[in-house]
Write a protein that binds this ligand. Structure first.
Ligand SMILES: [Zn+2]
Length: 87
């Protein structure tokens, strides 16, 4: 699998560290109830198909990316700097 880093260009996935669902960017407010925090911390979908994940370009520029990809076909649709993704 190849990921195109916005800073470095196309690279092998082994240069990146997978961090999980990009849902981590949508943190509840500090005063959100326990149900919202429980859901945020413990519940994740595990879809077969399109996903939106966080990847860290460990062997490159050190940027956090939101990578949109398909877990069935392994096609990478898009990689965006996490700092530029709307939450
Ligand atoms: Zn990079």
């Amino acid at each position: 699998m190849r990921i195109t880093c916005p800073n470095c260009g196309e690279r092998d996935r082994r240069e990146f560290y997978y961090q999980g669902d990009a849902l981590a960017l949508s943190r509840p407010a500090s005063d959100a109830g326990p149900e919202a925090w429980d859901d945020y911390l413990h519940n994740r979908d595990n879809p077969a198909g399109d996903t939106r994940d966080l990847w860290f370009h460990e062997a490159g520029c050190g940027a956090w990316l939101v990578v949109e990809r398909n877990t069935v076909t392994h096609a990478v649709h898009k990689a965006t700097l996490a700092e530029k993704v709307k939450r």
